[in-house]
Design a protein around this ligand. Structure first.
Ligand code: COA
Length: 229
């Protein structure tokens, strides 16, 4: 019997779209073109075109279908998925001019990418979105570490609510990262099983960027990250 090979692949890159680049536009179907044209701001239009097209091009590498023919559906709370026999789970995140896509054959997966910057209202956000345990840990950090650490906690929590497909309405403060073991959750909403069955992968991309992937698995898997060109 051939043993199942599990994988978690992250694709990432820049969103800046060369106006002359027809490659991305040609990947979109009619519905996606109409949506692209509905954006009044050109930067947002380009962002949509590029992220949607790259998502389709990436997924086509895992499925027996051309990128153009690939149809992306949306679940109740907005999570995109493809209707297919093959076990292909994915998620997308974009911020500023950067995007990250995760693809896996294991289980539903979530990803979040953020570029970190100094913000004045971090304590207020921590009060709202962190659990008591996380907030206590964060408040005890030296000032210089607080901004970066805030973003690391943030992307791990967001990747969880995206993995389960509920989005932030689930309550980021209910998805508690273990401050002593940040590849694990200390607790999660009971509907999603035991916290210990979920894995957090911190993805090192650039120095000013944080990115995390979350999925539920006890299996060993191969991890790969690739710059999209
Ligand atoms: C999903 C959510 C966490 C995204 O957070 P964000 O940091 O602003 O954005 P990101 O760039 O990380 O992710 C955006 C992408 O996540 C995906 N996404 C959207 N909703 C999602 C969900 N519920 N679960 C997982 N992924 C989702 C989409 O691919 C989206 O990109 P697109 O709009 O270009 O297709 C946030 O917008 C949210 O909570 N949405 C929920 C909305 C909701 O409850 N809607 C209910 C009625 S439809």
């Amino acid at each position: 019997m051939v043993e199942q090979q599990y994988f978690v692949d992250v694709w990432y890159g820049d969103i800046l779209l060369d106006e002359a680049d027809e490659r991305y536009w040609s990947v979109l179907n009619e519905q996606e073109r109409v949506k692209a044209q509905s954006f009044k701001r050109q930067d947002l239009q380009r962002k949509y075109i590029k992220t949607r097209a790259v998502l389709k091009l990436v997924l086509a590498g895992y499925l027996p279908v051309d990128a153009q023919q690939l149809s992306i559906a949306t679940a109740t709370y907005g999570k995109p998925y493809v209707r297919t026999q093959s076990p292909v789970y994915f998620n997308l995140s974009h911020q500023g001019n950067r995007f990250a896509i995760v693809v896996s054959n294991i289980a539903e997966v979530g990803i979040d990418i953020e570029q970190y910057r100094d913000r004045k209202n971090l304590s207020a956000l921590v009060g709202k979105c962190f659990s008591d345990q996380e907030a206590k840990f964060w408040l005890a950090l030296p000032n210089i570490q607080q901004t970066k650490m805030f973003y690391w906690f943030w992307v791990r929590k967001e990747a969880f609510v995206k993995a389960v497909g509920r989005g932030i309405a689930l309550g980021l403060n209910q998805c508690v990262v273990n401050p002593d073991k940040p590849s694990c959750f200390a607790s999660i909403p009971s509907a999603y099983g035991l916290a210990e069955n979920w894995k957090i992968l911190d993805i090192p991309l650039n120095a000013d960027e944080v990115c995390a992937v979350v999925l539920k698995t006890a299996d060993a898997f191969e991890f790969k990250q690739t710059l999209w060109r």
